[in-house]
Design a protein around this ligand. Sequence first.
Ligand SMILES: Cc1cc2nc3c(=O)[nH]c(=O)nc-3n(C[C@H](O)[C@H](O)[C@H](O)COP(=O)(O)OP(=O)(O)OC[C@H]3O[C@@H](n4cnc5c(N)ncnc54)[C@H](O)[C@@H]3O)c2cc1C
Length: 465
Amino acid sequence: MNESVRAELRKELVDLLGESKVLWSKSDLLPYTKDTYRIRFEDDHRYFPDFAVLPETTQEVQGIVRIASRRKTPLIPKGGGSNRTGMLVPIYGGILVDTIKMKRVLEVNKPDLNVTVQPGITLKELDDHLKDYGLWLTQEQGSLKIATVGGAISTSGFSRLHQKYGAIANRVMSLEVVLADGSILRTGPKVLYTSTGYRLHQLFIAAEGTLGIITEATLRVEPLPETSDVVMAFYDDFWKANEAAQRLMASGVVFSGAEAYEGHGLDRLGAPEGKTSLIYVLLHGIRGEVEAEALFVKKLVEETGGFLARHDVAMTFLDVYTEQWCGARALTGFEDVITTYVPMERMREFYDKLWNVIAPKYGIEPLPGEKYSLDVGRYRMAGGRYKLPKGERAWERYQEAVREIAVLATSFGGSIQSCHGVGIQHRENIALEYSDVALDTMRNIKRLFDPDNIMNPGKKLPMKK
Ligand SMILES: Cc1cc2nc3c(=O)[nH]c(=O)nc-3n(C[C@H](O)[C@H](O)[C@H](O)COP(=O)(O)OP(=O)(O)OC[C@H]3O[C@@H](n4cnc5c(N)ncnc54)[C@H](O)[C@@H]3O)c2cc1C
């Protein structure tokens, strides 16, 4: 952007928002150069936005979009910055719209179990607010303290309680969105169920800020459960824990969420020697229901040769696990995470190829105890974590490995990303799971909403060859 255009833009933005809500110095913009995706190592802080702005209202967002739209300047909406695929990297500069000041809860409608909020409120802040009304959102992401409502919708965030409560994609009732020309779209009535109209709000789920800026969301919430419980058990290896997981999923019992994984240091949780893996099953509901479900799961553990963890240990573990997940597991910058979907009958084959063929070929190494994990339930996300390669051609080897993992998952009829979206990391890889016609349809939708391609350009969709 040339200096005279930058000066004009700065004046217009300051006239609209005031000096304190417009950032332009290099030092103020440094935190906006990247998100938790490790871009090419030497490029880490290469991409600066020209401005970052901190609007508080829909009208201010509208004003910003109108200014950008007149000059065809890129706009990048930002929530908590916790995405893992480079969705916020300002590769073409432009105006980064930070929603950190848009945190207001606009309405809590208890009889109809819904809430209307601004997009910048974090999932944790929203739950803290709802608690006073005896309600909760149920969107338990590992990043719930930093991820915002706008970010969770725009990435189709995964919740570990999805089996019983679904995830954010199932909770969006209506959205207010500022479109690329500055007009304000209300996607439909504030209802969860209707058969009228095209379901426009669905287009913004997982849109990664490429179709417009969400300025308000109405979401379905739930009454806080009377009680909750957890059953945790240790197994000799992941595949034995997986057997329990498969039986649980086939049983029809209504658990809220569950995870089976290979862990390390399980002795600290009271696991007998030789047990390398665990499963935990979360239960929420009314007392009698939860007690009956816990009994059912314990019997299943017994039948599959598991070793039940002490109840108090399981309860404490779960609290700590949720509270510390962000800090403890996000070694971002040095590791990457696989969150893929593969059909259950191909999962073993997937992991065999992943760790025995792909990993040694590109020099990627699983983090201790992070080789296998399955989010048990409807979404069945199979994952793992690995250290980024080091040494010669480290970046290229990392990209090649990611690509090969994507090819493997899609060759089984799976998906390369259950919940971390596309961003820049998978921009070219998604062509593996969508046909040309599907991709062209997406491009046409993008063009309809954003003819000048100013909304988070260069993300989500592959470049046209
Ligand atoms: C430790 C850790 C744990 C994680 N655990 C989970 C997990 O359990 N489940 C899961 O799904 N993900 C998880 N993630 C990934 C990440 O937290 C999610 O993708 C999250 O939903 C992103 O929200 P955010 O507010 O941080 O969005 P950001 O990273 O700020 O933005 C993400 C995308 O949303 C767009 N966006 C943000 N706000 C708006 C808006 N108002 N209007 C339009 N577009 C907007 C941005 O442009 C960008 O494309 C985890 C990440 C970390 C670091």
